[in-house]
Ligand binder design. Structure first.
Ligand SMILES: [Zn+2]
Ligand SMILES: [Zn+2]
Length: 270
């Protein structure tokens, strides 16, 4: 059953503006990764990287192992290489004056993705969790860009009752190491408490998930009871041939982006 529509016409606006460009992530056992929804080779349930992260999190602590991770990843769309969905995920945050950004279709689409999620599906996370979401942290930019990151502006549409928690990227860590999952890559602001809370980590694009999972590790090691990663896009190479990607591509042309598919479950809302 689908949730009631908080803004009349929202589903139609989303279909009109995003239908031909964005792609609902698919959750199909043995076709897509049960965590990050990337297409996988049959007989597996997780992609290579998520499987490695899970194994690492279960190992004895030390040498970068035993780092807790988020198991629930909620991408709102696929960003397909070479297609507008992927271009949008770069262009929405291109340096430009803010008034111009608000008129930029890529920014408007990314904002609409987040708004649709916030209005229709944010509460779906609560229904599949032990405790409801009470905090959100935006994965901070590690590039040291000046000014407010556009992802923070996008995150303003997320539910008001999700308390904003600030994470800071630790500087001086080489990019190659950034891809690994390490709680030490981020610092929680000392005045901010996440102990016992269900924290959403909000990210723009998931490529391998190292940044978001490191942020998840930081809040889990600070006592968060539960973590869910919400990423606007899961980037997918669609120029590589594999059975999973073939299956995904076969499923894609017939489906236009809709709020009727829940990003939390891949089906109807829980
Ligand atoms: Zn995965
Ligand atoms: Zn839902």
């Amino acid at each position: 059953m689908s949730a009631p529509e908080p803004i009349p016409g929202l589903r139609d606006i989303v279909r009109t503006r995003l239908g031909a460009i964005m792609r609902n992530p698919i959750r199909l056992p043995y076709v897509t990764c049960a965590m990050c929804t990337v297409p996988i080779t049959r007989q597996y349930t997780l992609c290579y990287r998520c499987n490695e992260d899970v194994r690492g999190s279960q190992a004895a602590p030390g040498h970068g192992l035993g780092v807790p991770i988020a198991r629930r990843i909620v991408p709102l769309t696929y960003a397909l290489y070479g297609e507008q969905s992927n271009i949008d995920m770069h262009r929405y945050k291109d340096p430009m004056p803010e008034p111009q950004r608000l008129r930029t279709p890529s920014y408007q689409r990314v904002l609409l993705l987040a708004l649709g999620f916030a209005m229709v599906h944010a509460s779906c996370i609560d229904r599949v969790s032990v405790r409801p979401v009470s905090c959100v942290s935006v994965v901070p930019s590690l590039s040291g860009r000046p000014g407010r990151h556009p992802l923070l502006s996008v995150s303003d549409v997320l539910p008001r009752h999700w308390q904003r928690v600030e994470l800071r990227g630790v500087s001086g860590i080489p990019e190659a190491q950034r891809r690994q999952v390490r709680a030490g890559h981020f610092l929680l602001h000392p005045t901010q408490q996440v102990a016992g809370h269900h924290v959403v980590i909000f990210e723009d694009t998931w490529v391998q998930g190292g940044h978001a999972q490191s942020a998840a590790a930081t809040v889990l090691m600070s006592g968060a009871a539960e973590v869910t990663i919400v990423t606007i896009a899961r980037r997918v190479r669609n120029n590589q041939r594999s059975p999973g990607e073939e299956a995904l591509r076969n499923a894609l042309p017939t489906s236009e982006y809709t709020l009727d598919i829940c990003p939390v479950t891949g089906r109807s809302c829980p």
